[in-house]
Design a protein around this ligand. Structure first.
Ligand SMILES: Cc1ncc(C[n+]2csc(CCOP(=O)(O)OP(=O)(O)O)c2C)c(N)n1
Length: 273
């Protein structure tokens, strides 16, 4: 994997290293805690950290992000104190959902993160609403919304992208294409070659990005953010990556061929960086 530093200083590169390492270290701890029965559920983002971390490190702290169930790096890069995150995951009263949930179905206005909507597609439209408010206020802010390639098969995906294109809303539509929607591989999910190709149908700029290359993510988002301020518009981004663990820890990965795992293990975003 090639890393192009461009204008980034040594301290910025080191800062990004700390940011991508943090969710990985938390996850390694979580995998132990789940076996000890101290947490009951876990959605792993191991192998996909460069996307969450790269995007969140470029956006301003007051720009809204709408993550999904696999985006721990959004929460850690926004520097939410760990005791608050762990309280959430342990279903404690002082967690963000006051004990009503114990995973990633939570948001926090304090950190400008909108909690995921469990049935996936609808949160794309919420991003449109936030972007419309920003556009009317002319405040130059962009909004990033995450989705999986599985979730792109839902009708809400089409509706959200279409209206964003028509109204030129400053939204980064982030597809984390990690190969499987639960146990459904991409070749049983859609018939186009790349999901980014769908941008043409919406009249929307789109890009295919190596989702495991932290600097590629950072540079592209920095460029887009600057140009979306000048020229407000939605952009469709397809990040190619892979889900290295089960959909959640209870379900495993028996349906994934070992060769695919081996191929993607070499591209680990943390180790390579
Ligand atoms: C309407 C609906 N169907 C099923 C589910 C259960 N579910 C949650 S995430 C998910 C898989 C989504 O796949 P993808 O969008 O590719 O994201 P990934 O999990 O791979 O990151 C499923 C089936 C759900 N939440 N809502």
């Amino acid at each position: 994997m090639n890393f192009e530093r461009k204008e980034l200083s040594n301290s910025q590169l080191l800062d990004l290293y700390k940011k991508i390492l943090k969710p990985r270290l938390i996850e390694e701890k979580m995998l132990i805690l789940i076996r000890q029965g101290k947490v009951s559920k876990w959605f792993s983002g191991i192998g996909q950290e460069a996307i969450s971390v790269g995007i969140t490190s470029v956006l301003d702290k007051d720009e809204y992000i709408l993550p999904m169930h696999r985006n721990l790096g959004v929460f850690t890069t926004r520097d939410i104190p760990l005791h608050r995150l762990f309280s959430q995951w342990q279903g404690k009263k002082n967690g963000f959902t006051k004990g009503r949930d114990r995973s990633f179905h939570f948001g926090t206005q304090e950190y400008k993160i909108i909690g995921m909507i469990s049935h996936l597609g609808p949160q794309l439209g919420i991003a449109d609403g936030i972007a419309l408010a920003n556009k009317l206020r002319k405040n130059g802010k962009v909004t990033a919304v995450f989705t999986g390639e599985g979730a792109t098969s839902e009708g809400d995906f089409h509706e959200a992208l279409n209206i964003a294109a028509v109204w030129e809303l400053p939204v980064l539509f982030v597809i984390e294409n990690n190969g499987y929607g639960l146990s459904t591989p991409t070749n049983e999910q859609y018939r186009c070659e790349n999901l980014a190709d769908k941008g043409v149908g919406y009249g929307m700029e789109s890009h295919i990005v190596d989702g495991n290359n932290l600097l590629e993510v950072v540079h592209l988002i920095s460029e887009l953010k600057a140009s979306m301020i000048e020229n407000p518009r939605p952009v469709l981004l397809e990040f190619k990556t892979f889900r290295m663990r089960g959909h959640e820890e209870a379900s495993g990965t028996k349906y994934v061929p070992q060769e695919l795992m081996d191929m993607w293990a070499v591209k680990d975003p943390v180790e390579n960086y």
